[in-house]
Ligand binder design. Structure first.
Ligand code: UDP
Ligand code: MG
Length: 341
């Protein structure tokens, strides 16, 4: 393993994950983050294992148990008995989907890597098509949801608004309606692993690295088992993460606002001075005073909040904590993973 920064961030107290680059023996790695997926994970693993056996030369299925509070881990261990391609990474607690995905990408060795949800919302049948497009020369195969009727009206409009605003603010070309479900060539995965930031807005990072992309369409189904772990507040935080990690415009815009308001205030001040000189002092205007105070205080609070958002992100980056901690792993060969003492 090299001593690069990309490697350092994966060093954790219990288990040291030594750099895992590609292994030509593995054609496809499936990366599956799992949080409380005990109900449906056996069926899911059976489906994808059979499917990959038919359309890939060789494969591995990396399951990241993201601190589930149900029997997901036990179910994974059961699955491993009959399916040696299933590998288990058990994180020390719930780190969130983005961190779980990062763990999976770090450990995947395939020449092609596909992150996929465990709830059948990313249709496994698409993997065959993805692999074909990849073998034809694409480095990234995006899966785009054409029909989102499974989602609520509110979720669809908010998500459309997000993509529009994100594109305008960051000038990054993020294909709308594309989730984490995609195929990435080894070179793309290695590029992603070079990105050192702690706040992992994966969609944005995926878009940032670029490479030769093709898009295929599919219809998103509803969850087959279990419940979604994303509510609107989480999604809002997620969107904020996207904006503040990829754009500094919100930080800059307030100086223009400040200029504008100061200019207006200066004009008004001049007017007041002239009027006082000409007409003499009259009773002070309580209403106008209140308006100015409230408005300017509002602006100040908003701009402080924006600075706070960036400061919080800078703070998490500066702490340089690992993105995730691995508690135990099963199915990985020892030369690549070594226990530290
Ligand atoms: N997930 C995870 N950690 C979390 C939340 C979710 O690993 O903290 C996994 C989950 O098990 C699933 C995928 O991320 O495989 C997508 O989650 P979910 O279906 O809840 O999200 P949605 O489809 O509603 O966006
Ligand atoms: Mg889902």
């Amino acid at each position: 393993a090299s001593g690069s920064g990309a490697f350092d961030r994966r060093r954790c107290s219990g288990v040291v994950v030594v750099e895992t680059t590609g292994n030509p023996d593995v054609e496809v790695s499936l990366v599956v983050p799992m949080y409380n997926e005990g109900e449906g994970c056996l069926e899911f693993l059976a489906t994808v294992d059979a499917l990959l056996a038919s359309c890939a030369a060789s494969h591995e299925i990396i399951c990241i148990n993201d601190g589930s509070s149900d029997d997901t881990l036990a179910k994974l261990k059961i699955a491993r008995v009959s399916r040696p391609n299933v590998k288990i990474v058990n994180l020390s607690r719930n780190f969130g989907k983005e961190a779980a995905l990062t763990a999976g990408l770090d450990l995947a060795r395939g020449r092609a890597v596909i992150p996929i949800d465990a709830d059948f919302q990313d249709p496994p049948e698409l993997i065959d098509t993805m692999l074909r497009r990849w073998r034809e020369g694409a480095q990234v195969v995006l899966a785009r949801r054409t029909d989102r009727s499974a989602d609520t009206m509110l979720k669809r409009t908010t998500s459309a608004g997000f993509y529009k605003a994100f594109g305008r603010l960051t000038r990054l070309d993020m294909t709308p309606d594309v989730g984490d479900f995609r195929l990435m060539d080894r070179v793309v995965v290695e590029a992603l692993k070079q990105l050192p930031e702690r706040s992992r807005f994966m969609k944005g990072l995926f878009a940032w690295v670029g490479f030769r992309q093709v898009t295929i369409d599919y219809v998103r189904a509803t969850r087959r088992a279990g419940t979604t772990s994303f509510n609107y507040f989480k999604l809002w935080q997620f969107a904020l993460d996207g904006f503040f990690s990829f754009s500094s415009l919100p930080l800059k815009i307030w100086s223009y606002f400040g200029f504008g308001i100061s200019a207006l205030a200066a004009v008004y001040m001049l007017f007041l001075i002239v009027r006082t000189i000409v007409e003499g002092g009259d009773t002070p205007g309580y209403a106008s005073l209140m308006c100015v105070i409230l408005f300017s205080n509002g602006i100040i609070l908003i701009s402080l909040g924006v600075i706070g958002e960036y400061l919080a992100r800078v703070f998490t980056e500066v702490k340089r904590r690992p993105l995730y901690l691995v508690n135990e792993m099963e199915g990985f060969e020892t030369p690549e993973i070594a226990r530290s003492d």
